[in-house]
Write a protein that binds this ligand. Structure first.
Ligand code: CDP
Ligand code: CDP
Length: 230
């Protein structure tokens, strides 16, 4: 019989972490949590509550006052069985995926008090194990004892192309140049922030999926799971 374990999938932006995490969770019957969606939901809250100043600066004191009023939850879509992100009870799954939110989220994710609040919720969600969580600091900070840790990377041009194709398919086209800039800028901010920066945990397995198909990476990941859960 296989053990119930914790699976942490971290890596650079838009390289397929959530696609891999979702596919694996579905295959093995685990809960899937997209931690990036939580940082995106906090960012949407800031946009909607006017917590960004005219030059994009964050009104940190006001956000600090509001942080305990920001409740993020996930509701399973009855058709796809995939979690949809809710902010204070409202479904915001589409609204957190825009390029506007993508361009504002990484500065929000540098704030220590935001990270503390979200990490606490993430640890609570994972306390029974049987979870696949993707993000930037899952293997380093949220679940340092996870039995399986993957760190995903792919070339920036390939990642930007994947995001470009995805936004087009959703009917929200954006320029390839803007997307590439966003991907590189977020990588830079995520790696250089002071509080739990993006880095590979020493015990994480590195996967460069630049030249892998979704099916190939899914099979690779299922094999990693079988080995780790033995
Ligand atoms: O899916 P994509 O790569 O576009 O990003 P995401 O996973 O939705 O995460 C959005 C942003 O949230 C990242 O660029 C990070 O700035 C932040 N984030 C983080 O700091 N820590 C996490 N565990 C997850 C996301
Ligand atoms: O979560 P993360 O930002 O790392 O990536 P994602 O939201 O899963 O998006 C990756 C995009 O690349 C999706 O549109 C996938 O269909 C596509 N893709 C992939 O995930 N893996 C490949 N090997 C090729 C394409």
């Amino acid at each position: 019989k296989m053990k119930k374990i914790t699976i942490a999938i971290d890596g650079f932006s838009s390289c397929g972490k959530s696609t891999m995490a979702k596919d694996l969770a579905k295959e093995i019957g685990y809960i899937y949590i997209d931690s990036g969606a939580m940082y995106r939901a906090v960012t949407l809250y800031c946009i909607e509550h006017n917590l960004f100043g005219p030059d994009g600066e964050i009104k940190t004191d006001e956000l600090k006052q509001d942080i305990d009023k920001i409740h993020i939850s996930f509701r399973l879509d009855p058709v796809t069985s995939l979690p949809r992100t809710c902010l204070n009870g409202n479904d915001v799954e589409e609204r957190i995926r825009t390029l506007e939110v993508s361009s504002k989220v990484s500065p929000i994710a540098t704030l220590g008090f935001v990270r503390e609040a979200l990490v606490r919720q993430q640890q609570e969600l994972g306390k029974e194990k049987g979870i696949v969580m993707d993000g930037r600091d899952i293997g380093t900070t949220v679940f340092p004892d996870a039995e399986l840790k993957i760190f995903v990377t792919a070339s920036p041009a390939i990642r930007a192309q994947r995001r470009y194709d995805e936004l087009r398919a959703k009917g929200q086209p954006a320029s390839y140049e803007d997307i590439l800039h966003n991907v590189e800028e977020r990588d830079r901010i995520d790696q250089s922030r002071e509080v739990s920066p993006l880095r590979k945990a020493d015990d994480a397995i590195l996967l460069d999926n630049s030249h892998m198909t979704i099916t190939e990476q899914k099979e690779w990941l299922i094999n990693q799971f079988k080995r780790a859960a033995q």
